[in-house]
Design a protein around this ligand. Structure first.
Ligand code: ANZ
Ligand code: ZN
Length: 854
């Protein structure tokens, strides 16, 4: 073939690799180091987008490199295939969710194969397949038997028109349902939870083990877990036998408490409310219940609340203080009650000012004399304790533990650690998810489905209306005898959050086709942890946290022998497209409608458009379809471009000119190799021992510099962009070389193809096979010859009386004496000294020789 034509080679090589089993995972073999390269698996929406292309190309380069470096590599792929879109397709178009999903999978699998990814497709996992969700259900039952899965009343978003529960994402900013437009209500329903809070401390502490994770991801996880150290203190209710427990991070301010405030949902609210206040309190609760959590906690919203008429006692002072309820206190955090310290808390300060509550200063900057009469804002810093009886004069940080200790002695409080992390609500009133495998028996209560009856298979021929309870609840499927007593019982109709499916899929790939067990322990422990995980930053918190949680629980079940699933994590940046927007109307304009890109105007109004880069999306008309790029340039160019254009963690701006540039580069490499082959007929480098000429040495240095640079770029911080630049440099050095008939040139051509193999696998194999019979992907990654890197000549400056007169080339390893000799005999020196007496010679090795003459 004389011209580079990707269409003619790419599919051919993809077929050949499959036939030769190149991407198959080697079996357990302890003589070779293992490498588990994993991309976050996609949701099968039906078509690939550029974000996928970037993600999977990065993982593929790493997998291919590691194979060539002698690792046994596991590089699998699968489908995160349960979830709402399939159900919506069923509601909108009447296609059964399974059919819609499997069609999409087939289509996307073909598209992924077109990218030339070295994936072992025999290990594909599909979360909606009964072979897979059987084990999702089995894992759920392991959690259940350990007390880590439980049911509890919980507030959900309830759509009163469609009579259904909505996920948070299905409620807009105004608190309306995406489907019906109804104002969403909060409703208490029994829901399933996983007890992730039991693992909060481990999940936080083990972040320290994750040296290969981006700092910012670890920080996001730590914030999400949200550990607060403080105290639990109890305020007795006046005239009642009960106490209000509060959580505070500032026990040092307890003498400054001027009120106690409950969340409206707090069970004590009704008890503390006096008869005169009852009507007002109930009206307020009703009002708050219609607000979303977002509305309640938004910073700019005023803090609203009302007094209950009840009173509590500050156990430290014996003082009576009013009990209020307020929207800014969340029922789900801490104890759902707060001690109000307006002088030292920003929210309490606002609340007290708006409601005429007293403000008592108990912490000051240096000493009591500083006590301000009227605070302009809350003083939230540390300082010296004042107005606090026996604690006066203490440093406020020391007072924290002293006050906790005192409370403990007196029996009204103790130290407490509080996490922001909540237990994980996993039940969904949906069809397209893994059924929660339990049975509700009127006699026995909740009975787990016996292992031998798993999977609980989703029934087919379901009617989708988008309204009411889960489509499962109306089906005869729900009626079963109780596995334990035989009484007529009912199946659980809730299905599991799809985040459960993706919390363990990486454990299944090492033994994806096991029908007897969730996985073979030896196999999974052999391959895990994932050595390199690559995916989007949008999964920085939930998916990664849940996967870490599952790993720890399964470890505690005795199935795994490690603590953390993902050794190294790369979160790739977004792919952005050029975006045109009319600043007046806010409308996005497709690039195809923009006539003059240098001065873009709205085709309708003529208004000059804003031009910027933004994440590709359908709604902004700034997407580039991977299939079009593949059709026009081929997969190798698409891969090279996405790798070259930006470092992997950074956002990437799509640019047609740069795509074109990579295509031209591949064309140049093609011609370089084709010309070489036609003159040489073989890629073999002869091994003769003769001394190399200077041009040969220079070329060899360029070759080995390239090996070193590309290897470092790939092994260190994954600088794929600079690695591609190095490939271009080597290609230039080869085309400029004047020793094209030398074995060194052959070495250079070989090396270029080998180094390119992970990046542009098709063209590399095609060119390699012009002179070889075995695939380039079975070759060993080239090694740096340190001798080749040696710069064997240096420039030595000749000075006479400190003045530079010229320079000569000398061997780099010449001794001091030799340098002086070269300098003395140089033409420069002979000409300028001309018989004068040399009084002194100063030699600076590696740099210069200076002659002092009379
Ligand atoms: C008294 C106090 C005085 C507080 C002070 C702060 C400063 P983090 O760090 O987020 O854990 N709080 C406790 N439970 C709450 C709830 N359910 N809803 C709203 N606020 C709640 O914050 C803990 C602090 O947030 C607690 O310490 C409590 O106010 C408030 F000078 O108690 B603090
Ligand atoms: Zn029973």
């Amino acid at each position: 073939e004389s011209r580079y034509n990707p269409a003619a080679i790419e599919e051919k090589w993809q077929q050949t690799w499959i036939e030769q089993g190149l991407d198959k995972t080697p079996s357990l073999d302890s003589s070779k180091p293992k490498f588990y390269a994993l991309s976050m698996f996609p949701y099968p929406s039906g078509s690939l987008h550029m974000g996928h292309v970037r993600n999977y190309t990065i993982t593929d380069v790493i997998a291919r490199l590691k194979r060539m470096q002698g690792y046994r590599v596991l590089h699998p792929m699968g489908w995160d295939a349960f979830g709402l879109p399939a159900e919506n397709a069923a509601i909108d178009r009447g296609v059964p969710p399974a059919e819609w999903t499997y069609q999409n999978i087939a289509q996307m699998r073909r598209q992924l194969q077109q990218l030339g990814l070295s994936i072992d497709w025999s290990r594909e996992v599909t979360t909606c397949s009964p072979d897979y969700y059987k084990w999702t259900q089995w894992i759920f039952l392991q959690f259940f038997s350990r007390g880590l899965a439980y049911q509890k009343e919980s507030a959900v978003n309830w759509d009163p028109i469609d009579q259904t529960v909505l996920a948070n994402e299905q409620v807009d900013n105004e608190g309306r349902s995406w489907r019906s437009g109804a104002k969403v209500e909060r409703k208490l329903l029994r829901q399933w939870f996983l007890k992730i809070t039991d693992y909060a401390e481990q999940l936080l502490n083990d972040l320290d083990k994750l040296n290969g994770w981006p700092e910012r991801v670890k920080l996001m996880q730590a914030n999400w877990i949200g550990k607060s150290v403080g105290a639990y203190l109890e305020f007795p209710i006046v005239g009642k036998d009960e106490k209000i427990g509060v959580f505070t991070t500032r026990p040092d301010t307890v003498y400054g408490v001027t009120y106690v405030v409950l969340a409206p949902e707090h069970p004590l609210t009704a008890k503390v409310t006096t008869p005169e206040r009852k009507a007002a309190v109930e009206a307020f609760i009703q009002e708050v219940s219609n607000q979303t959590e977002l509305e309640r906690t938004a910073e700019d919203k005023p803090k609203r609340g009302i007094p209950t008429g009840g009173k509590a006692i500050n156990p430290f002072t014996g003082e009576e203080i009013p009990i209020w309820i307020a929207d800014y206190v969340l029922y789900e955090y801490g104890t759902g009650a707060v001690m109000g310290v307006p002088a030292h808390d920003v929210r309490d300060f606002k609340f007290a000012n708006g409601n005429d509550l007293p403000i008592n200063v108990v912490i000051v900057l240096a000493d009591a004399a500083d006590t301000p009469i009227n605070l302009k804002e809350a003083y939230t810093e540390a300082g010296v304790v004042v107005n606090s009886d026996i604690f006066n004069g203490m440093d406020s940080n020391e007072a924290k533990s002293a006050i906790i200790q005192y409370a403990e002695q007196q029996g009204f409080g103790k130290a407490r650690i509080q996490y922001r992390l909540r237990d994980w609500l996993i039940s969904r009133q949906r069809y397209w998810g893994a059924p929660i495998p339990v049975i509700h028996c009127p006699k026995c209560g909740i009975v787990p489905v016996p292992d031998e009856d798993l999977p609980v298979v989703l029934p087919e021929n379901v009617e989708f209306t988008g309204r009411g309870a889960s489509p499962l609840s109306g089906m005869d499927w729900v009626n079963v005898p109780c596995p334990s007593c035989g009484t007529q019982a009912k199946r659980e109709t809730d299905t599991m959050d799809t985040f459960i499916d993706s919390s363990w899929y990486f454990l299944r790939y090492p033994d994806a086709n096991n029908r007897q067990q969730v996985f073979d322990k030896a196999k999974t422990n052999d391959w895990m942890a994932v050595d390199q995980y690559v995916g989007g930053i949008e999964h920085a918190i939930l998916h990664l946290l849940y996967s870490r949680f599952f790993t720890k629980v399964l470890r505690d079940c005795g199935l795994l022998n490690f603590d953390e699933p993902f050794g190294r994590l790369l979160t790739q940046g977004m792919v952005q497209g050029i975006t045109y927007k009319n600043p007046e109307t806010g409308k996005y304009i497709p690039a195809a409608q923009v006539k003059d890109p240098t001065a873009p105007k709205d085709p309708e109004t003529g208004k000059p458009l804003e031009v910027f880069y933004e994440k590709m999306s359908k709604s902004k008309y700034n997407g580039v379809d991977p299939l079009e790029v593949l059709a026009k340039y081929g997969a190798d160019t698409a891969r090279m471009f996405t790798l070259f254009k930006a470092p992997p963690e950074k956002d990437l701006e799509w640019d047609d000119a740069d795509v074109e540039g990579q295509f031209r580069f591949l064309n140049r490499v093609w011609r370089l190799v084709a010309e070489f082959i036609s003159s040489q007929s073989s890629l073999q480098q002869t091994t003769d021992n003769r001394q190399l000429t200077k041009p040969e040495k220079d070329l060899r240095r360029a070759i080995h510099n390239a090996i070193q640079a590309v290897t470092e770029d790939l092994e260190g911080e994954y600088q794929f962009n600079t690695a591609v630049s190095e490939l271009m440099k080597l290609s230039n050095a080869l085309s400029d070389a004047i020793c094209k008939d030398s074995p060194v040139y052959a070495e250079g051509i070989n090396t270029l193809i080998l180094l390119m193999a992970p990046f542009a696998p098709h063209i590399a194999d095609e060119l390699w096979n012009l002179g070889n019979t075995e695939s380039v992907h079975l070759q060993t990654w080239p090694k740096v010859d340190p001798d080749a890197l040696v710069v064997d000549e240096i420039t030595l400056v000749i000075q006479i009386m400190g003045k530079t007169r010229g320079a000569i080339q000398v061997p780099a390893d010449a001794s001091r004496e030799a340098l002086e000799k070269y300098a003395r005999e140089s033409e420069v020196a002979l000409k300028h000294i001309q018989g004068k007496e040399i009084k002194k010679v100063i030699v600076v090795p590696g740099k210069l020789v200076n002659f002092v003459v009379a």
